[in-house]
Design a protein around this ligand. Sequence first.
Ligand code: ATP
Ligand code: MG
Length: 593
Amino acid sequence: MNSYKIRQKFVEFFQKKNHKKVVSSSLIPADSSVLFTSAGMQQFIPYLNGKKKSDLKKAVSVQKCFRTSDIKEVGDKVHHTFFEMLGNWSFGDYFKEKAIDLAMEFLTKELGIEKDKLWATIFKGDKNIKEDLESFKFWQKHIPKKRIKKFGKKDNFWGPVGKNGPCGPCSEIHIDMGEGFKSGKCNLKTCGPNCDCGRFVEIWNLVFMEYKKVDSGKFEKLSQKNIDTGAGLERITAVMQKVESDYETDLFQPIMKQIEKLLKVGKVENKKAQRIIADHIRGICFLIADGVLPSNKGRGYILRRLIRRAIRYSRLLGGENNFLIKLAKKIIDHYKKIYPDLNKKNNDIITIIQKESEKFEKTLNQGLKEFRKLVKNAKRKNKDELDSKKVFHLYDTYGFPFELSKEMAKENGLKVDKKGFDKAFKEHKKISRAGAKKKFGGVGDLGESVACQHTATHLLQQALRDVLGKHVKQAGSDLKPERLRFDFTHDKALTDKEIKKVEDIVNEKIKKDLPVTFKEMPLEKVDETGALAFFKEKYPDIVKVYSIGDYSKEVCAGPHVDHTGEIGGFKIIKEKSSGAGIRRIKAKVGKDV
Ligand code: ATP
Ligand code: MG
C-alpha cells in the first residue's frame, strides 16, 4: 500500500464515521507564539478550549508538521524535521472508548496490521491525577493486559501548553518491529514500548483531554472533554511497506535514489548523512513553500541551518554545487500532486536555495579548512574543547551556525562552549561599538551621541509605522556625528503633515523621558514578544530586545541611552527617495535642534 493510499484511507475512514475533513494549515502557525506547526491539533485550539462554539464536533486531517526539537534525532529510522501527521478529533463528542475503538479498527481492519504486533501505553498516575484505569479497561477489549504498559507524565500525559489550560492523560500505540529492527541496547527490564533498543516504534498518540490545570496548580475536570490524536504518516507507511526505516518507503525512496545516483554512493555508505540530506531538503522545500525566507533569526534561521547543514553533509559525501537544487526539483515533483503549493512556489524554492547555497559555498571550503586547523590545534594541546573565539570567528566570517560547529566538533570527539561563544559575540559587539566611537572622533561623549541616535532611530521607526502603516520596515541606517540616516520601505514621498506628525511623536516620547531597558532572550523567543528586528544585524542565539517604555520594542545590540530625555530633541532635516519603494530620512538629535 503506498503512502497516497494510506492518507486517503485515513481520511475516508474517519469521514465515514462523520468526521469533517479539514485541510492542513500552514507550517507557519496563525498563533505566532510558536515557531512552527508541530502537531495537527494546533489549528484546532479554539475548538479544544471550547472558545469557538460551532457545529464542528468531529474532524480529521493530514497536517504538515515541522519539529525543530527533533533536528538532532534526524538520521535515525523514524524522526524527521518535516513530517505529515494523520489525526482525528472529537470536540465534546466521543471520548476514550470510541477513540481507542476507532484507532484499532483503522489499524487492524483498514490497514490490516496484525493485532499481535500492537502494544498500548497508559498513564500510571501521580500525586495529582489518578491512574487512567478507564483506558486500561478499554484497551483490554483489543489487546491482552501484558501488552498494555504504564508510564508516567513524561510519556503519557499531555499539556497544558503553558502554565494552565486543558490537558489530560494519553495512550500511545506502539508497534513491535521485531528483533531485527533493534538499533541499541535494551534499558527496560522487559523490552517493550519506550525501550531504548528501538524495536518498538510509536505510531499513534491518543490524547484524552479531560482536565484543566488552574492557577492554583490544581487539576479540575473539564466541562468539554476532547479527543486529539496524531499518527506519523511516514512511520505507518514504513510498517505497511514492511521496510527497515521511513527512508525506504515510497515517501523517501525517489529522493534517496537521487542522492545515491548524484553522489555515486552505495546504499549503505554513510547512511546517516544521506538520511539527513533527504530529510532536510524536504523540510527546506516545504518551509519555503509556506513563506519562510533564510535569515539570522527565528524561522528564517532554522531554514538557514537546514540548508547549510544539508550542504555540509552533501559535501561530506562528495556532492557538488547545485546538488541541493537537483534534489529540490525531485521533491517538488514527488509531492506536487498532494501539495500543489510546492509547484506554485517552484521558482521561489529553486531561487532561494540557489542564492543561499552560493552564499554559503563561497566560504564553506575556507571555513572547513579553518575548522580542521582548530581541531588539530585542540588535539595537539590535548584539549577536549575548541577555542570559543575561533568558533565565533567561523560564524562571523564563514557563516557556520554555532550548531554546525558544535556538531562537527562532536564528530571529532570535541566540545564547544556556548557561553564562550556568546561572550566572544558580545566582545565583538563592543569592539564594533568602539569602532563606531572611533568613527565619531574617539571622544567619550560622542559615544553618547551614538547612543542618542540609536535610541532616536528606534523611536523614528515606530513613529513612522504609526503614521504611515505597518509596511514600514528599516531598509538601512547610518549614523554620523552630525546626523542620523534612516532608510525604510514606503512607496511615496511623505507630506509635510506626515513629517511633522512623525517629528512630534518622537519629541513627545523624548519629553516623556521613557526608560530604555533590554532583555536578553533566545532568538526563537523574539517573535513571541512582537519585537521588530533589524535584519541587517547578524544575530547570535541569544539576542537583546530593547524596549523604550512600552512604545517601542526592537532587537538591537545597542548602545542606547538609559532614558529618552537624554536625546534632547529630534528634527527631520531631509526626506527623499532612496530607490524603488525606499524612502530616506536624515535627522538630527540634541538639545538645540
Ligand atoms: P517520539 O517519542 O517517537 O519522538 P512523540 O511522542 O514526540 O514521538 P507525538 O508528539 O505524540 O510524538 O506525535 C504524534 C505522532 O507523530 C507520533 O506517534 C509519531 O507517529 C509522529 N511523530 C512525532 N514526531 C515525529 C518526527 N519527528 N518524525 C516523524 N514522525 C513523528
Ligand atoms: Mg518526539
